[in-house]
Design a protein around this ligand. Sequence first.
Ligand SMILES: C[S@@+](CC[C@H](N)C(=O)[O-])C[C@H]1O[C@@H](n2cnc3c(N)ncnc32)[C@H](O)[C@@H]1O
Length: 263
Amino acid sequence: MNRDRELDAGARAHFEDPAYYAQSYATRKDDVAYYVRIAKKHDRVLEYGIGNGRIALPIARGGAAVVGIDQSRAMLADLRARLKRQPAELQARITTRTGDMRRVRLGKRFPLVICPFNTALHLYSREHVEQWLARVHEHMEPRGELVLDISMPILEDLADEPGTSYSMRPFVHPTAGLVGYREIFDYDRVRQILFVSMCFEPKTRGTKPFMVPLAHRQYFPREFEALLHYNGFDATAVHGDFEGGPLTQTSDTMVWHARRRKK
Ligand SMILES: C[S@@+](CC[C@H](N)C(=O)[O-])C[C@H]1O[C@@H](n2cnc3c(N)ncnc32)[C@H](O)[C@@H]1O
């Protein structure tokens, strides 16, 4: 596969099955509570990578209006289906735009811009980050805040031999039924991109095995701070969890807060 197609697939395939996405992350709640807490202080929020509304729906329930950008039609369709089951005033608080986070221009500014759960890891190069941060800059009020979380590179995983495979327990997939599951890791040390092949082996006779690719850029903490800095932002805090704790040697998440740098 050519390199651009490989990255495009790694940014899209996992989000073509919202039912599996929802099942996989149903117990991930700390990040939701964190973003809801921050959004409570604001009336309007822009979410990059809104997906099927795992975070946007609880934010909207808290009272803020959310505008969400996402390139996945499947995730946005699922969000619309979920919204239909909500009261009218909540439906009115969420609007979406289909498109690439590096390109969409809304012509509006927000006091809070969020980019939760590794969405920024789909920005694979310096140019991608620069394009996106230029959009964030345009969409943020002068005293607004950007909050995002990305996973911390785990050196042991990145040091694996290419093709190292991890088998997990079989589970019931929402569409494929009972499946065996393993992940194959392949880290490109030059581009700093972790390619994960999610391999599903259905136990139902006649159902074929299938593989879903996922590609995550690995941003090291000081590298990400520099990217914010050289694109007009000051990192005001970085936490290692969703309780506001410090980033430490054992943190597996980075929660960045940034503001536009005053000229
Ligand atoms: C891990 S999901 C996060 C969804 C939601 N925020 C959540 O926390 O559940 C990442 C989302 O980013 C979207 N995405 C990835 N690359 C994108 C891009 N370049 N432009 C717009 N959306 C993108 C995907 O379609 C997906 O819905």
